[in-house]
Design a protein around this ligand. Structure first.
Ligand code: PEP
Ligand code: MN
Length: 348
């Protein structure tokens, strides 16, 4: 829909916009109002270049798109009935829980084995463990590729599928070859389109699930869903959206909690939403409240950092990991909220 700056376009302006949209197989249909005339674009209006050319015209105020820019991730797409199943749960049918350490400590792999057993006992369906770590400080521990063996051994011992973050093509390959079932795209790489394409290609003929975090800055919902569309466009629609707090932080929290975007995401996309309260608030004492709020807002699952002995952990674990006891309690309460939500009139 073209909204002109004046009440209507001149015949010359109509001729110019008609020529532009005609180049993209579209037509113009004026909608004449009492005062103002607006111009519908009839045809497939998703071509970015066509929109940019129209927006570049000095007499155009703005272009409102009627069609969704997402062919696959849109709520009304043919994939809307697609269901993602991992760790014995079908997302959307039962609250899914991903839990485990921020970072696997290669010097103390025993902790990860204990954490894995404990999060399973607490009710988690998927085990998380950071092998390669994106760190703001280049001198901080960057992870250790050998930890992939620890991750997969914990998976074998517990029977839980695993989630780990990958940041480049080599890590994607190593993780998939090892049998990782869920690849995590972190907040720092959430808009790395080259990586999103690499992951899309790598998982195209597999049933791997991708956990796509929201980018660090306060990006739009369309930007978030478009990142998922990049991955899905290669053929694997197993993508889970993960709000994890954005920057700038709310004073006192690590980030600005954003679990409240869940209902807004669900209006636009069919993709399940799994909220990460750990990176959102960044301190273990705040994590349970954020987790419960996320479920109240409609989250399909939670991704929570947990450690059998947080003070002995590395990476984020000393400050934000839950103990297995608190994790178990949080999961139990989250399930109650899930049930309440599903029993409520108009519940989602
Ligand atoms: C993590 O999951 O440990 C992590 C670094 O996440 P994020 O990308 O959300 O910061
Ligand atoms: Mn972390």
């Amino acid at each position: 829909m073209i909204l002109p700056k004046s009440n209507h376009l001149t015949p010359e302006q109509v001729a110019e916009v008609t020529a532009i949209v005609g180049g993209f197989g579209c037509q113009i249909q004026p909608i004449i109002g009492a005062v103002r005339t607006i111009y519908a674009i009839v045809g497939d209006e998703r071509d970015e270049l066509m929109i940019n050319r129209l927006e570049g015209l000095p007499y155009v105020e703005r272009i409102d798109r009627i069609q969704s820019p997402f062919k696959l991730m849109d709520r009304r797409s043919d994939l809307a009935s697609h269901r993602i199943r991992i760790g014995g749960v079908t997302l959307g049918e039962e609250l899914a829980v991903i839990a485990g350490q921020c970072t696997i400590d290669p010097k103390n792999p025993g902790y990860f084995m204990e954490t894995a057993a404990a999060v399973k006992e607490a009710g988690a369906h998927i085990l998380r463990g950071g092998v390669w770590k994106p760190r703001t400080n280049p001198y901080a521990f960057q992870g250790d590729a050998k930890s992939i063996d620890v991750l997969m051994e914990a998976s074998r011992q517990t029977g839980l599928p695993v989630d780990t973050e990958v940041m480049d093509e080599h890590q994607v390959r190593v993780a998939l070859d090892a049998g990782v079932q869920m690849l995590q795209v972190g907040a720092r790489n959430a808009l790395n389109y080259s990586l999103l394409r690499t992951i899309g290609r790598a998982v195209a003929k597999r049933d791997t699930v991708v956990l796509l975090k929201r980018s660090l800055h306060m990006g739009s919902l369309n930007e978030f869903i478009s990142a998922a569309e990049y991955i899905a466009s290669f053929g694997n629609p197993n993508i889970v959206l993960c709000p994890r707090g954005t920057s700038p932080a709310l004073d006192g929290y690590r980030n600005h909690p954003d679990e409240s975007i869940t209902p807004l995401l669900k209006e636009k996309t069919w993709a399940p939403v799994v909220v990460d309260p750990s990176h959102s608030v960044g301190k273990s004492s705040y994590v349970p409240a954020c987790a419960l709020a996320a479920v109240a807002y409609g989250a399909d699952g939670l991704c929570i950092e947990a450690h059998v002995n947080p003070s002995q952990g590395i990476g984020d674990d000393p400050k934000q990991a839950l103990t297995p006891e608190v994790l178990a309690e949080t999961i139990a309460q989250a399930r109650q909220i899930w049930s309440l939500r599903h029993s409520a009139v108009g519940g989602v």
